[in-house]
Design a protein around this ligand. Structure first.
Ligand code: ZN
Length: 339
């Protein structure tokens, strides 16, 4: 995936704990030959790996302590040297990114690494290999990598990332220092959506809340919901007006992606409704409890829960007609209910 430099910063800033660990490693000066960044999918591991690699390759050592005038705590490298700009432009000859080809990283990737390991670094003192999604290494490729991890030249460092540690051979893991990465906090994802994808503040927060700390899921929601507001509103009025059974029959014929798109649009719509109701809610209205808005809060919350339940059922391969039918009946009841 092509990360712009800007997006790297946003995702990395949300990972304070990992950044602190990486700084401690850099400060100690005791750099291991191999690291494994493990954490949930979409938590910015590749961005972190790249940031770490940038620091390992930086020509101004000691930048991780915040020297050279930059004040960003998430920065590990100087960001001004020839090496740093090479990493930022994806053109550093001593940084090699290994990504899966389709569903796996095959033996040809390992052969490529073997060849690269033998040539000395060109710009920096080190040569860094980032292996993304290391759980997708084929057995053969993992075996070849193991040979490299056993006795790499002094100038070589490997940074592996994974969201599924259990699928990596124990022999590989035992040669890596494991660094945990947490799910991204919602505000980091919201900031990323605002700055990098120009999403409005309110909408970015709603999407971030639904993204479970995964930037991949946030981007998926963004793409699925399209112009979330309009889609969601149209869907809701259709649901209120139609027969739940007929509408469910129609929607259950859609392909899996379209079904999820419908739920994503609804989820976003009610998340927006909920946050608006919460903002407007004032427990006391002219000395009286604000029943109308309290009711709106409760209703939107109940619908949101019903949508989330529907998503879980769809993911568990429950019959999609039943899932939609139940959801639409629930929604009609809750939305049209008298307060
Ligand atoms: Zn630098």
């Amino acid at each position: 995936m092509g990360w712009s430099n800007k997006s790297v910063n946003y995702l990395v800033r949300g990972q304070e704990v990992t950044i602190r660990i990486l700084k401690a490693i850099l400060k100690s000066g005791r750099i291991a030959h191999a690291y494994l960044l493990k954490g949930p999918a979409g938590s910015g591991k590749t961005a972190l790996a790249k940031q770490f690699a940038k620091a390992l390759l930086c020509l101004n050592e000691g930048s991780h302590e915040g020297g050279l005038g930059h004040t960003d705590d998430a920065e590990l490298a100087c960001n001004v040297c020839r090496s740093c700009s090479g990493v930022d432009n994806d053109s550093h000859p001593d940084l090699l990114m290994i990504n899966r080809d389709g569903t796996s990283i095959g033996i040809s990737a390992s052969h490529g690494m073997l060849k690269e390991v033998l040539t000395r670094p060109f710009v920096s003192k080190r040569k860094v290999f980032i292996i993304n999604d290391a759980e997708t290494l084929t057995a053969e490729a993992a075996n070849a990598l193991l040979k490299l991890l056993e006795e790499p030249p002094a100038y070589v460092n490997f940074i592996l990332t994974t969201s599924n540690e259990a699928a990596i051979p124990a022999t590989v893991i035992s040669r890596c220092q494991v660094i945990p990465v947490r799910a991204l906090p919602a505000e980091a994802i919201a900031g990323y959506l605002q700055e990098v994808h120009n999403v409005a503040e309110d909408r970015s927060r709603d999407i971030a809340e639904l993204s479970d700390g995964s930037v991949d899921k946030a981007l998926w929601l963004l793409s699925q919901a399209g112009e979330g507001k309009a889609d969601g509103e149209a869907l809701v009025s259709q649901i209120i007006k139609s027969s739940p059974v007929e509408l469910a029959l129609e929607y259950s014929k859609a392909d899996s992606q379209a079904r999820h798109r419908i739920l994503a649009a609804l989820e976003l719509q009610f998340a927006q409704n909920l946050s608006q109701a919460a903002e407007e809610y004032d427990p006391e209205q002219c000395g009286r409890p604000d029943m109308r808005r309290a009711g709106a809060l409760k209703r939107n919350f109940r619908v949101l829960k019903a949508i989330m339940r529907a998503r879980q059922r769809l993911n568990a391969n429950t019959n999609s007609f039943l899932v939609f039918c139940t959801l639409f009946i629930d929604m009609q009841r809750v939305i049209t209910e008298e307060i």
